[in-house]
Ligand binder design. Structure first.
Ligand SMILES: [Cu+2]
Length: 297
């Protein structure tokens, strides 16, 4: 498969980098990349000076959990949706493949609420050193490929949100005659008011087929995906060292199984609405409950 090489960001000057980030800032995170760029540089330097390492990347030990309990709950949204919860973006190229609704517009559901359920939120245990083994990657389009795949199909990333194990990932272009350009970035300082996005990989894929890459976040497990060729293609991944993480179901509920007895901090992450956290105590074979309620920021 042919991969289009893009300039290495590390060889660009600050101004060029800034420029490049601005041109990529169609990726709406609800914060300004321009304002945060210098903060990001400073943060990067500070991190390398002090050997910064996130607890999430300190290593995780897989073991058999025989007496584990569960953490269950629901993620909800309360109140009025912000006006930009759904964004309508004009489709101006590759219309024959991308414009599946035949109206020239892609509706991007940044905040997807049904009833009171907040969809596409991630829930995870924050900081757990040992526990259950990772399961194999989920099937892709109903087929068991035993690998993580990010597919670009009808100019959408499938799926929008997914938990992945740090490591190999297949980037698939299923759109004949369409060039996609995936840009995958870790969102550093995601829990603060000034997150910074750092590129993990960014390449053009002019042909149908698979390209093997790695999602190896170094500073943050929160991953944003966008396509530099289509300004309406977005997605998110959560890549923690441990497997105690899920995307909530369509009804907003979640369940984390086989949790070793203990007290944990559990967090919910919604890429547009931020973070919520709660504490639970899991007993052997028991079920602890924690719910998360988001509202307009
Ligand atoms: Cu694309």
């Amino acid at each position: 498969m042919r991969e289009l090489e893009l300039p290495d960001l590390t060889t660009l000057t600050s101004d060029q980098k800034d420029e490049r980030y601005i041109t990529q800032s169609s990726f709406k995170e609800g914060f300004s990349l321009r304002n945060n760029f210098m903060a990001g540089v400073t943060l990067g330097i500070a991190m390398s000076l002090f050997g910064y390492s996130l607890q999430a990347f300190a290593g995780y030990k897989e073991m058999d959990v025989s007496n584990g309990g569960a953490i269950k709950g629901k993620v909800t949204f309360k109140g009025l949706l912000p006006s930009d919860a759904v964004e309508k973006i004009a489709i101006v190229k590759n219309i024959e493949v991308c414009d599946t609704n035949h109206n020239g517009v892609r509706e991007v559901h940044w905040i997807d609420v049904k009833g009171d359920a907040l969809r596409n939120a991630f829930v995870f245990i924050d900081g757990i050193d040992e526990g259950k083994k990772w399961l194999p990657p989920p099937p892709v389009n109903g087929k068991n490929e035993n690998k993580y795949v990010i597919e670009q199909k009808t100019c959408r990333f499938t799926v929008w949100a997914e938990v992945v194990r740090p490591g190999p990932v297949t980037i698939r272009n299923s759109d004949m005659g369409v060039l996609h350009n995936i840009n995958t970035r870790e969102i550093i300082n995601a829990e603060s008011d000034s997150p910074v996005m750092k590129v993990l990989f960014n390449f053009g894929q002019p042909e149908v087929g698979d390209i093997e890459k790695e999602i190896k976040p170094r500073r943050a497990p929160f991953i944003g995906i966008n396509c530099e060729a289509h300004n309406f293609m977005f997605g998110y991944r959560l890549a923690l060292e441990h497997p105690y993480a899920v995307v909530v179901g369509d009804d907003g509920t979640f369940s984390l199984a086989d949790v070793p007895p203990g007290t944990y901090t559990v967090k919910a992450w919604h890429p547009r609405l931020g973070f919520k956290e709660g504490k639970v105590t899991v007993t052997a074979k028991g079920a602890a409950t924690v719910n998360f309620e988001f509202s307009k920021k």
